[in-house]
Write a protein that binds this ligand. Sequence first.
Ligand SMILES: Cc1ncc(COP(=O)(O)O)c(C=O)c1O
Length: 414
Amino acid sequence: MNRKVTPHIVFERAKGSKLYDNQGNIYIDYHAAFAPYLLGHNYEPVNTAVAKAMKDSWSLFGSGTNHWEQELSELLCTTIDSLDQVQITNTGSEATAHAIRVSRAYTGRDHIVLILGGYNGWHNEVARAVMPSLEQVGHRRVKDEYPFVPLSAGIPDSTKNMVHIINFNDLESLEAMLKKYPIACVLTEPALQNIGVVHPQLDYLNQTIKLCEAYGAVCVFDEVKTGFRVGIQGYQGIEGLKPHLSVFGKAIANGYPLGVIGGKKEIMELFYTNDTAKRVLIAGTYNAHPFNSAAAIATINILKNENIYERLEKMGDYLKNGLLDLFDEFGIQVSIARNGSASCVYFMDHLPVDLHDILENNDIAFDRKFRSELIHRGIYQIPIPCKQASISYSHTLEDLDLTLEATRDFLKTI
Ligand SMILES: Cc1ncc(COP(=O)(O)O)c(C=O)c1O
């Protein structure tokens, strides 16, 4: 359902930075299928690793451990400082569901804290509206929570009652929740990347971890969007932080379905403890599927050994500066938030600090028009306001220049 957008385009194939539709149109892609394609669509070395796994008869055994699961786990634990141990899933949603469950088992508490404007998957506990309206959430509150506006029908009230939603960058409200309720975990994207790109303020993430520790809650960083895209250690690596648990997905396998939950041994060992009363179920027929694991191993090795992030940084900066100059030339007020290869143009006069800031200040109608007009000019960003644009390693300077030309062409019409 969240793929049903206007204009409705039937895509046929994709390669590198380009999408091809069934009408013969070609688009430079910034949607990246909701961000996993960090290296580009159908990136040959990753596809080759998957093809080799098939040729070598890697199969799904569903019993014991296998060598690729071991290799991928070791690669993750040696690459990301906060990971003592990991478990491999198929999606980010599975990883966040397991993070909540294992946090509840570890703390013996049921309530959780989520962030307004965050997205953590589709399951009951986390499926609140990503961009509710001001009417739905109400105005900004001090030391308080916001209502759970469901993103789906069918979520029981008993589930909603255990979820406490606060604004990003709001440590006072976080502490109020930790004081008021028995909180098992605080689940947060380290930078909100489902309402564009909203950066954490100085020391906010560090203080979040510290507050969790002071009140005995587990701090979970949801790095499904930021992980591997912003840097090899995710956003936590940029700030040198060690959350108690982290979840990854998307860019980790460059478009193949794979998720990860990992973190502190004393929490992760609940997944296999001999004490059956404490043991937390983690199951899934396709967990650590050989082809997806092969893709993840290849992707991580490429990201570790080649100069990918430097190029993405330069390309991201080039596009941001080019767009800023253009909007300035045409007298349109914008702020562009960028986190490496991920960025978002906001039609407001400052960078947002939280969802309220966006709801109160961003010109959403113009945002929608900008996206649609660019699609008609061969530049694809999903036509939903405040969705991140993602550059891949396959994008060229020519792609970026064509994007700037298309933007100029649109701005000339208004
Ligand atoms: C931050 C974040 N967490 C979790 C998820 C869920 O991941 P998946 O779609 O792989 O289930 C997403 C997906 O967009 C996400 O952006």
